[in-house]
Design a protein around this ligand. Sequence first.
Ligand SMILES: [Zn+2]
Length: 185
Amino acid sequence: MEKKPQTGKPAATHTEVAVEVLPRCDFCDSQAAYDGKTQMGPWANMCEAHFQAHGIGLGLGKGQKLVLNKKQMNEKAATTRQTEHSQRRLLNDLFRSSLGLMGSGRVLITNGVDSLPEDTKAKILLAVRDFDDFNEDNDPHAEHDFGSIKIDGQAIFWKIDYYDADYRYHGEVNRVLTIMLPHEY
Ligand SMILES: [Zn+2]
């Protein structure tokens, strides 16, 4: 039970220390929650139960509670967000590239777009379906939910919004792909 080198810096109160990974308890094999001096003398990593049984308390020269590094927690949260973005991107691509056939939702064409000539409208639908020009500016979250195109000299925007089952509130059930003129955004 010798003292293990600490990987984090002590907090101002000296009752907590940030670590990248929680070590094992030196008495059992469960996850340690404390690094502290034992009643027997040597320092040890201790789980809650063994800290209660063998620890002498918290503070400088006594012991510290082990807390997972915030940076690492934030990185984990960022990874989760990235996974959400990529799942949403996949569903958006399926929905748009099938013009609403794959996935649950609707494709809407605004009055402005609907008033364009039939052949222009057909070209617009195909261009929205085949759109692949995503970049940091038009797709900052990499969700493939917005794009702009130009057909027969006319700028067109498309975007995907997310709704609940009744299309009343923001949700994750239905998608609405709206194809519009810029001023209708
Ligand atoms: Zn233990």
